[in-house]
Design a protein. Structure first.
Length: 245
């Protein structure tokens, strides 16, 4: 991050009528975008599915369980695969996963649709559950340190993934997965900033010349400040321990 304050960057000032005309023109495009998103979601619901071994082991607070157990009796499971860097401190853990996962808070709406949200962390349970508690997160948390390659068969399991499952009795099926920018759906922060005049302030964005863009390119470093994932600082200031061992 570049800590130097940028100069002021503002759009031209116009009268209300001119502004309203420009806003209505953009609204046409926004509605088209919304309808296309609805159509893509409809196509997503019609994807075929692939069966996975329902007995694949996860490690939870009570010890070994299965991927079927992670459904908590519901018919659907939304699983976020949280990256983990073995042997590194909390300050050095994945800033992207910290950013996305820390914004998933209220699960009652997900539960009302017969779905469970859970984190499947690629690190050891004891260290990673301390990280969850340091961050003040409350969602179900499991370690897939030994079985992540089996769960994410054929994919680069080192990065973050969001995977959806459905069960039919004791059988488990994968219905959808995404990674990279696909996990932005987890972060309302991005959507809110996209509505502001300066956007996310990242260098990849198509912004007018002179707009502040001190946060570099999308990826590592975008979610850190002063050597830590940004979301950690409020926890440190509140006196929480980030000791993982």
């Amino acid at each position: 991050m570049n800590d130097r304050a940028p100069g002021p960057a503002l759009p031209p000032v116009v009268d209300r009528k001119t502004w309203q005309q420009a806003r209505e023109a953009l609204l046409v495009r926004e509605k088209t975008h919304t309808r296309e998103g609805d159509a893509i979601a409809a196509a997503r619901r019609r994807l075929p599915m692939v069966e996975i071994d329902a007995t694949i082991e996860l490690i939870g607070a009570e010890g070994p369980v299965t991927i079927l157990d992670a459904f908590e009796g519901r018919s659907q499971l939304i699983a976020y695969y949280h990256a983990w860097w073995p042997g590194l401190s909390a300050a050095e853990q994945c800033e992207g996963c910290t950013f996305f996962n820390s914004q998933v808070r209220e699960l009652s709406y997900i539960h009302s649709r017969d779905a469970t949200y859970a984190v499947l962390c690629k690190g050891p349970f004891e260290a990673s559950i301390r990280y969850r508690d340091f961050m003040g997160l409350e969602m179900p948390w499991y370690s897939v340190e030994k079985t992540v390659a089996q769960l994410l068969e054929g994919r680069d399991w080192q990065s973050h993934h969001l995977v959806c499952y459905v069960r039919d009795g004791a059988r488990v099926f994968e219905t959808y997965y995404t990674g990279g920018r696909g996990v932005e759906i987890m972060a309302p922060t991005h959507g809110l900033l996209d509505m502001t005049v300066h956007g996310r302030q990242e260098t990849w964005e198509d912004s007018p010349d002179g707009w502040p863009r001190p946060w570099g390119d999308a990826g590592p470093g975008v979610w850190t400040a002063n050597g830590r994932p940004i979301a950690q600082w409020s926890r440190i200031e509140a006196g929480r321990s980030d000791e993982l061992t």
